[in-house]
Design a protein around this ligand. Structure first.
Ligand SMILES: NC(=O)c1ccc[n+]([C@@H]2O[C@H](COP(=O)([O-])OP(=O)(O)OC[C@H]3O[C@@H](n4cnc5c(N)ncnc54)[C@H](OP(=O)(O)O)[C@@H]3O)[C@@H](O)[C@H]2O)c1
Length: 349
C-alpha cells in the first residue's frame, strides 16, 4: 500500500503550558505516512477528541496514578480519535472500516490491533456507523458516555429518590450525567459558567434547576437550587464546588469525583476543602474514579445510551472546530469554557 506523495500532519507539544494553553505550545509537523506491519492497520483519522484531562498530561509530570506526561517533540499518544481504515494487516479489520483508537491529533496513524490503549478504553475497535455518526463515539457513545454512565451509576451508586448536582453540566461529560440522572427519574441540578449555558441546561438538557456559578456565592446559589440539600454530587470541577457540595450533601450523601478542572492550570494545588469534617458527621462517601479502569462497562453503556439516543430521549451537542491545526486552540477554548457539549476537531485537508 502506498499513498504516494501524501504526508501526514501531526500536532506535537513543544512546550508545557504555563497557566493557559497557547497554540505556541504546539507545532504542526509533516511526517511520511507510516506503513502498517503485521497485526497493524493504517487509519486515516477523520475526527479527533479534545478533552479537559489532556491538560493533566501537558506538564513535566502528570499526577501520580494517572497516564504519564506527554513527551515534548512527539505525537500525542492517548487521545481518542475516529477514522477509516485504509490498509489492514490485522485479522478482523478491513479497509473501509470505521474505528476508534487513541493515536489522535494527526492525519494518519498506524495502530496495532488488540494492543491496550488508555486502559482499554482506546484499544482499536470497529464502530457501528449505522447506529450513530462516527464522531458520536468520541462523545456520548465513547469515553464521555462511559465516564458519565460509570461515574453516576457505579461510583456514586445512584439510588431511588436521590437529588443530584452536576457541575460543568453543559460540558461533554456533565451534560450526559445530567440527562442520565433525569432518565432515571431524579431531580437534577446543573451548574455552568454563563447565562447561555444555564438556558441550555434548562431548555435542552432538561434539568430541574440550573445556576451560573459566577453569579454569586456558590453555597447560596446551590441552596436556592436545592433547598433541601443533595444526595449525589458529580464533581467535574473541584475547589469551591466540592466545598459547596460537602456543605449541601444530606446524610449518607455521595460524591463521585470525576475531575477537578478548576485546578488543571495551577502550578500548585489549592488546599483541600476546609469543611471535610462534615464527611464524618454526615457519613458521606467521597470517591474518585477513572473511566479508563471501567472499560468492561463499554458494551453495557453503549447499549443503554445508544437506545436512549435512538429513542430521542438523550441528546448531545457538539462544539466542532475545523482543521487539525486548530486542535490546540480548541483545547484552550474548552479549558476557558467556550464549548457547549463535546469538543471535536474535524480533520480536513
Ligand atoms: N475520571 C475520568 O475518567 C474522566 C474522564 C473524562 C473526563 N473527566 C473529567 O470530566 C470533567 C469534564 O471534562 P470534559 O472533557 O467533558 O470537558 P467539558 O466539560 O466539555 O469542558 C470543560 C468545562 O469545564 C468548565 N470549567 C473550566 N474551568 C472551570 C472552573 N475554573 N470552574 C468551573 N468550571 C470550569 C467549563 O465550562 P463553564 O463554562 O461551565 O465554566 C468548560 O466548558 C473534567 O474534570 C475532566 O477531567 C474525567
Amino acid at each position: 500500500m502506498t499513498l504516494g506523495s501524501v504526508t501526514s500532519r501531526e500536532v506535537w507539544p513543544v512546550a508545557y503550558p504555563r497557566g493557559e494553553v497557547r497554540p505556541a505550545d504546539f507545532r504542526l509537523v509533516d511526517v511520511p505516512v507510516p506503513e502498517p506491519g503485521t497485526g497493524e492497520v493504517l487509519v486515516r483519522n477523520t475526527w479527533t477528541s479534545v478533552d479537559a484531562a489532556l491538560r493533566l498530561r501537558l506538564r513535566e509530570t502528570a499526577p501520580p496514578g494517572y497516564f504519564p506526561a506527554f513527551p515534548l517533540g512527539r505525537p500525542l499518544d492517548g487521545v481518542m480519535t475516529v477514522g477509516e481504515v485504509v490498509a489492514s494487516h490485522a485479522d478482523g479489520f478491513a479497509a473501509g472500516d470505521t474505528v476508534w483508537h487513541a493515536a489522535g491529533w494527526r492525519d494518519y496513524a498506524v495502530v496495532a490491533a488488540g494492543q491496550p490503549a488508555l486502559g482499554g478504553v482506546g484499544t482499536l475497535r470497529r464502530l457501528d456507523v449505522r447506529a450513530a455518526p462516527a464522531q458520536a463515539y468520541l462523545g456520548a457513545l465513547g469515553a464521555n458516555g462511559l465516564t458519565a454512565y460509570a461515574g453516576l451509576l457505579h461510583v456514586a451508586g445512584l439510588r431511588d429518590g436521590d437529588v443530584v448536582w452536576v457541575s460543568a453540566a453543559a460540558g461533554a461529560v456533565g451534560s450526559l450525567v445530567a440527562q442520565i440522572a433525569k432518565l432515571r427519574g431524579h431531580r437534577v441540578i446543573g451548574s455552568a459558567g454563563s447565562a447561555a449555558k444555564v438556558r441550555y441546561l434548562l431548555d435542552e438538557v432538561g434539568v430541574d434547576a440550573a445556576f451560573d456559578y459566577r453569579a454569586g456565592p456558590l453555597p447560596d446559589l446551590l441552596a436556592e437550587a436545592a433547598p433541601d440539600g443533595v444526595d449525589v454530587y458529580f464533581d467535574n470541577v473541584g475547589g469551591d464546588h466540592l466545598r459547596a457540595a460537602i456543605g449541601a450533601l444530606r446524610p449518607h450523601g455521595r460524591v463521585a469525583i470525576c475531575g477537578m478542572i478548576s485546578e488543571y492550570a495551577a502550578e500548585r494545588s489549592a488546599p483541600g476543602p476546609d469543611n471535610l469534617m462534615l464527611a464524618v458527621t454526615k457519613s458521606l462517601t467521597i470517591r474518585g474514579f477513572r473511566a479508563s479502569a471501567m472499560a468492561h462497562l463499554i458494551p453495557e453503556m453503549t447499549r443503554e445510551v445508544g437506545a436512549w439516543i435512538r429513542a430521542g430521549r438523550l441528546r448531545y451537542r457538539e462544539t466542532v472546530v475545523d482543521g487539525l491545526e486548530r486542535a490546540p486552540a480548541a483545547l484552550a477554548g474548552l479549558l476557558r469554557g467556550d464549548n457547549t457539549g463535546k469538543t471535536l476537531v474535524r480533520i480536513t485537508r
